[in-house]
Design a protein around this ligand. Structure first.
Ligand SMILES: CC(C)(COP(=O)(O)OP(=O)(O)OC[C@H]1O[C@@H](n2cnc3c(N)ncnc32)[C@H](O)[C@@H]1OP(=O)(O)O)[C@@H](O)C(=O)NCCC(=O)NCCS
Length: 157
């Protein structure tokens, strides 16, 4: 059932180790990622190039976003909003948040891959100005293509 959210109740912060099981659950169950929890922990907590943020409502985890920063470009690796909280601009808020953080990191541009069938995500990315730049043929395990999208943010000095 859809939960109605007041924007002022959404709190976004950098992920810490307590968030890893939540992300692990969704990355493996929803995205069918084949990854060990320990490897995900290393990726989120120990990798200096990673930027992962979590959104909470009244202390409850509802969404997250994660990226990787091989400067001057960054890559959005994942974004997820729990189903009952979707279409209330939490995805938009998380993407805005990470873009501001990446600007502080002096990142110049962001890329990401998305399934062409994922209208919700593509519409969200386009609303930020992400452009379609290439198609990666049979990129996903089930052989669906990936659309490569690009956004110039010019966060350099
Ligand atoms: C993609 C996803 C993160 C969007 O999160 P969300 O919080 O529901 O998105 P928002 O409410 O911030 O939407 C922002 C804009 O995106 C677009 N959008 C979002 N969901 C949409 C949908 N189902 N259909 C069409 N457009 C959609 C709209 O333009 C929306 O703005 P509007 O409501 O003012 O029209 C969410 O659907 C999700 O977690 N999906 C499953 C995981 C996933 O596919 N991640 C992307 C992997 S590349």
């Amino acid at each position: 059932m859809q939960k109605v959210v007041k924007q002022e109740h959404i709190h976004i912060r950098k992920m810490d180790m307590s968030d890893v099981p939540f992300v692990y659950h969704h990355e493996t169950k929803v995205f069918h990622q084949r990854i060990e929890e320990k490897a995900l922990y290393q990726e989120i907590i120990e990798n200096n190039l990673s930027r992962y943020f979590i959104a909470l409502i009244e202390g409850k985890r509802v969404a997250y976003i994660g990226g990787w920063v091989p400067k001057p470009n960054a890559e959005i690796m994942t974004i997820y909003v729990k189903e009952e909280y979707r279409k209330q601009h939490i995805g938009h808020l998380l993407l805005s948040y990470i873009i501001e953080e990446l600007k502080k990191d002096e990142v110049e541009s962001i890329t990401l891959e998305v399934r062409p069938s994922n209208t919700a995500a593509i519409t969200l990315y386009r609303s930020f100005g992400f452009l379609d730049v290439a198609v990666r043929k049979e990129y996903y395990q089930d052989k669906e293509d990936a659309l490569l999208m690009y956004l110039l943010i010019g966060g350099h000095k």
